[in-house]
Design a protein around this ligand. Structure first.
Ligand SMILES: Cc1ncc(C[n+]2csc(CCOP(=O)(O)OP(=O)(O)O)c2C)c(N)n1
Length: 658
């Protein structure tokens, strides 16, 4: 391939040269500051700059790019003022995270850069979500995302490529194969000859590109990019390159053979390109020196600006308030007109009304389209809303939750159905690390609801019956709702979908067809974070939620127990401690019933808080009743005794008589 000034104008070639030099010179300066203890950890991209610069160069400014820890060139190419990057790396206020996250772990909508989380792989799926939003909004745009060759061993990589291929998403998946993942050589990372070979298995096009040749990258990728914009599809690019410094600065390169470093030093992308421009006569030494001097001046000026910037002051209320994006309370009028429906119909109704209201709402889940979901909650939805918005997914919980995060970044809303709540363990990482943390880290909310058909009592055994809400109640940044009746099921799901924050919506399967109620026909919200005082009395406080609450009501009626407070929590996070404490202080006796086992459960948390804050008002120990500390057994005699209800009946009577 011949790259001369007839193919590319001189201005373009010089601009590319400046872009290539900038991250190198910034990094050389940072290495000095690192040694002086002024910046934290540093992941060097020296020798790999051509990839970040080349990929950014083929994107339009309004196209998203999702870089990794060695892609400083992406940030400098998008013209982020250097002082903001310097502030970011020092944890100062004019960075992008108010000092809450380090290095390149941030995103910015202003520059259309969505940074990584430490776990490497999840952003591949997030890129899919952004690309899906472009496609659904009929925008001919490309999204580019990076991974190292080490990251390709993660399940996220497989899930993301598979989803992108099945859904024809316009994503450029860029693998920077730089020889080592930390200290692990490629021979211990994978067995195929080239990572690009994997594309065939996903039914995807792939190319191998010299990652140290900026013009080859720009030329090849420009063509591919234009083509993807016209014919949306994913393309995998494997860039062959080398990591010239340690994984991070402290770790060194003792394990890298000297001859490899020498071989790749010869192929340094900047030296090569500079020589090419000098040979072509579009650059001369004086000019090159002047360009370097100018960039160094810019670096010094911006270092001085960021030296004036401040570290954040600590304020507990600011920190706590930044966990969730503000929710505007919308008081929809509840209609007088009601109809008796089942719990499951209420969920379906809430989803249908929400789909009608929010045209940017997408439903995703296994078998939810033509088949209507395993519980038939979305039956008939594709006829009304179409296959674009009611999406069957491959079996890949992580990858789909990441897609939901990407949709939200692009201003859309998503409801993801777990086929059974148990399977959320296969999507745990993006929930607790991506959805939960992104608003606190860099102000990007995750407008995602995850529906969790959960619970026992239906003879479904250890993997289709779990009460796993406590896996999530302790993760700041997630809201957890758990209705016990049809009216709340509808109102809470509508509220969860309106809420711009990530909400896990637990729906107990045993209630689906057993709990029926008069439910308003209209679109209404049940407020998240508000418990419901179902019965009002003096003798004791009974606190519960979900199917356990319904069981408790049956038992108190069978035992003819009256004059007690019954609190239906409805939301487990944020917890309505005001209602709980007021009741505990009034009655002085509290019993908490959960279907979960007790250790680490929300029941244990509530008990601890009541003991701590209401101690002087108590007339008896706070009692908790939950399931056995075993997996959930299948046979009905075992399951019945695993569940807490017989024990609850006894304990309740004991507490009344205490
Ligand atoms: C899920 C996960 N496991 C382990 C790590 C620790 N870790 C950080 S970077 C890295 C190596 C990554 O290698 P690669 O993907 O090839 O990228 P490179 O650093 O070479 O650019 C490892 C093991 C991590 N961040 N996340």
């Amino acid at each position: 391939m011949i790259f001369d000034s007839e193919v590319y104008p001189q201005d373009f070639l010089i601009d590319l040269y400046k872009k290539l030099l900038k991250p190198r010179l910034v990094e050389e300066k940072m290495l000095i500051l690192l040694r002086q203890g002024k910046v934290s950890k540093w992941f060097s991209g020296i020798g790999q700059e051509a990839i970040a610069i080349g990929v950014t160069s083929i994107l339009n400014e309004d196209e998203y790019i999702l870089p990794m820890h060695r892609n400083l060139g992406v940030f400098t190419s998008r013209n982020i003022p250097l002082h903001r990057l310097f502030s970011q790396w020092q944890g100062k206020l004019k960075g992008f995270t108010k000092g809450r996250d380090r290095s390149f772990h941030f995103g910015t909508q202003e520059y259309k850069i969505i940074g990584m989380i430490s776990h490497l792989g999840p952003q591949l799926g997030v890129a899919n979500g952004i690309a899906l939003a472009h496609k659904l909004q009929h925008e001919k745009k490309l999204t580019a995302v990076f991974t190292g060759e080490g990251g390709t061993s993660e399940g996220d990589f497989h899930e993301a490529l598979n989803i992108a291929s099945v859904w024809d998403l316009p994503v450029l998946f860029c693998i920077e194969n730089n020889g080592y993942g930390l200290s692990t050589p490629t021979s211990e990372q994978y067995r195929c000859e080239h990572l690009a070979d994997r594309a065939k298995g996903y039914g995807m096009e792939a190319h191998i590109v010299d990652g140290n040749n900026i013009l080859e990258i720009h030329t090849k990728l420009s063509k591919i990019a234009s083509d993807i914009r016209e014919n949306p599809r994913p393309v995998l690019i494997e860039f062959k390159t080398f990591r010239m410094r340690g994984h991070e600065e402290a770790s060194g390169t003792a394990y890298v053979p000297d001859q490899d470093l020498a071989h790749w030093r010869e192929r340094d992308p900047i030296v090569r390109y500079e020589k090419h421009l000098l040979d072509l006569g579009v650059l001369n030494w004086d000019w090159a020196e002047h360009i370097k001097w100018e960039i160094k001046q810019e670096i010094e000026e911006h270092l001085s600006i960021s030296s004036e910037d401040h570290l954040p002051d600590f304020s507990e209320s600011i920190e706590l308030n930044d966990i969730f994006k503000n929710t505007e309370n919308q008081y929809y009028k509840i209609s007088e007109e009601k109809k008796e429906i089942r719990f499951i119909d209420a969920i379906s109704d809430a989803l249908r009304l929400s789909m009608q209201k929010h045209l940017n709402l997408i439903l995703m889940g296994q078998d939810i389209a033509e088949y209507g979901g395993v519980f038939k909650i979305t039956k008939g939805f594709i006829e009304e809303f179409g296959k674009d918005r009611v999406r069957n997914t491959p079996i890949c919980e992580s990858g789909i939750i990441e897609v939901a995060a990407g949709l939200s970044i692009k201003g859309m809303k998503a409801v993801v159905e777990m086929q059974f709540a148990d399977f959320v363990s296969s999507g745990f990482n993006p929930i607790v690390n991506y959805l939960a943390k992104s608003y606190y880290r860099w102000g990007q909310n995750a407008d995602v609801v995850i529906r969790m058909p959960c619970g026992a009592g239906v003879g479904a055994g250890p993997f289709h019956s779990q009460s796993n809400e406590a896996w999530f109640t302790k993760v700041p940044g997630l809201k957890i709702v758990y209705p016990s009746n049809a009216q709340d099921a509808k109102g809470l799901l509508i509220a969860a979908i309106n809420d711009p924050n990530p909400v896990l919506y637990f729906e107990h399967k045993a209630l689906y067809r057993t709990q029926r109620q008069e439910v308003p026909l209209s679109y209404y919200e049940t407020e998240i974070g508000k418990a419901n005082l179902l019965r009002n009395g003096e003798k004791l406080s009974l606190i519960s939620y979900g199917a356990a609450l319904q069981e408790a009501l049956k038992i108190i009626d069978e035992e003819h127990i009256d004059n007690i407070d019954v609190i239906d929590l409805r939301t487990l996070q944020p917890l309505d401690t005001q209602t709980i404490f007021a009741s505990a202080k009034k009655t002085g006796k509290v019993i908490i019933l959960t279907e979960d086992s007790l250790i680490g459960s929300i029941a244990s948390e509530i008990s601890a808080q009541i003991s701590e804050y209401c101690f002087e008002f108590l007339d008896a120990p706070v009692l908790r009743v939950g399931s056995l500390e075993t997996p959930i057994p299948f046979a009905s005699i075992l399951e019945k005794n695993y569940l807490p209800y017989q024990r609850f009946r006894q304990k309740l009577i004991e507490l009344i008589e205490y």
